[in-house]
Design a protein. Sequence first.
Length: 94
Amino acid sequence: MPEIIYRNLSDAELIYSIVIKKEQQALNALFNRYAHIIFGIGLKYVKDAPRAETIVQQVFEGVWNLREVPKIHQIKIWLYLYTKSVCLSMIKGV
């Protein structure tokens, strides 16, 4: 599939393509859609740009490594909660 099609997919379709089909272009499209938001959340918690970039990387690695499609209604809320979890783990040194 050309990337332009991935950009037009819904969040749910992207998650399915990432988790079930392991399509890198779908992950890229999700990254382009949400990385700046995840970075902002990370920066709010860790107050350090390089660490916030690490959080973005960890969140998208976590999405890539999901074994099943999560039952979520809004990806934004799910990503926020997942990002918050990653941030708190980093702060705690876990």
